[in-house]
Design a binder for this molecule. Structure first.
Ligand code: DAH
Length: 341
């Protein structure tokens, strides 16, 4: 019996395994219930009493030795398995493409507008979407009975006359002038709200970009040149502009700007209703009353302001003729702007 144990010891000492599966086969061969060591234990019953102590010890040692040996073989095989897996990985392969999101068309257009004005030295200003009557209307020279103050157009918060959602970004002009001294050169992109039924042409919220320049000797010629630069940067160097007299409470004189239709080049088509021109923004010289309301002396300073709808510009650039598309977040629509990312 002792010879048998010795022979097994040598056999186990010499074992080797190439992978985890082979180690498992060895464990079953030697250590499982039907394995050779269990077999020895069964034979142990027939060992004469005076040898029991010696042989029992030898079997136990053999069992411990086999367990240790197989555990260490298992560890070696695991390292080898991991190395084989790593060798099978091709680290030079291109990973599968990760689907990229797209910039929202309104963000693209807003960025483009603001970057044009930044090049002219305008900096970005911000203001709250929940406004008070002073910043939204009174300081902007709106008469007490101006229809824009009507509940029909403006969303009021809890029917409190002094808490409302801004209907235009012109309110940021007032905040900028109240808090800084001329020269002021700001551009303010932001969301505005109006109490309109939602359709292809109107929405209860949309986006505007407002610009304001106040300094000594700012003239209408400065306004016109700024507008021409903007239009040609935005729509191409061939673009012409035209100013039509208009009215806004906060500017005097006021104008609306058209650009030569960028679809037909000004020849006339159905998009420009055969006029060759399309309207894009409102503008004018800041009314002296507005400067006064903000503590700026109109005898010393003058300024110009302009405001445009981002959706309107996006429509002209990308022909998106249904306003609702901008807020529905249909990926089929948004994906169309992937190239402009
Ligand atoms: N606030 C005007 C609107 O919501 C747009 C506008 C017109 C802004 C003329 C201006 C401006 O700054 O000078 O329709």
């Amino acid at each position: 019996m002792l010879d048998k144990i010795k022979a097994l010891h040598e056999e186990i000492q010499a074992l080797s395994a190439a992978n985890g599966e082979e180690v498992e086969a060895l464990r079953i061969k030697y250590l499982s219930k039907k394995g050779s060591i269990s077999q020895l234990m069964a034979d142990f019953r027939n060992v004469p009493a005076e040898q029991k102590r010696e042989i029992g010890q030898a079997i136990n040692e053999l069992k411990n030795f086999a367990t240790e040996r197989i555990n260490s073989l298992r560890q070696e095989a695991a390292t080898e398995d991991a190395m084989a897996m790593a060798a099978a990985l091709d680290l030079t392969r291109t990973p599968s493409p990760i689907p990229m999101g797209t910039r929202h068309p309104l963000s693209l257009v807003r960025e483009e507008i603001t970057s044009i004005f930044r090049r002219l030295g305008f900096s970005i200003a911000d203001g709250p979407e929940i406004e008070d009557d002073w910043h939204l209307f009174s300081a902007l020279n709106f008469a007490e009975d101006h229809p824009a103050r009507d509940m029909q157009d403006t969303f009021f918060i809890n029917s409190r006359p002094d808490v409302l959602l801004r209907t235009h970004t012109s309110s940021v002009q007032i905040r900028a002038m109240e808090h800084s001294e001329p020269p002021i050169r700001i551009i303010c992109p932001g969301r505005v709200y109006r109490n309109e039924a939602i359709s292809a042409r109107a929405h209860c919220f949309f986006h505007q970009v407002e610009a304001l320049y106040v300094d000594k000797n700012v003239t209408f010629a400065d306004l016109r040149q700024t507008l021409l630069y903007f239009a040609q940067e935005m729509f191409g160097s061939e673009t012409q502009i035209r100013l039509r007299p208009s009215y806004f409470p906060f500017t005097e004189p006021s104008a609306e700007m058209d650009i030569s239709c960028n679809l037909c080049g000004g020849k006339g088509c159905s998009f420009c209703k055969h006029t060759g021109w399309v309207e894009i923004l409102g503008c004018g010289m800041v009314d002296p009353n507005v400067l006064k309301a903000c503590g700026i002396d109109p005898e010393v300073y003058s300024g110009f302001a302009l405001g445009m709808g981002v959706e309107r510009i996006a429509n002209l650039k990308y022909r998106v003729n249904d306003l609702r598309l901008f807020s529905e977040n249909d990926v089929r629509f948004l994906d169309e702007f992937a190239a402009a990312r």
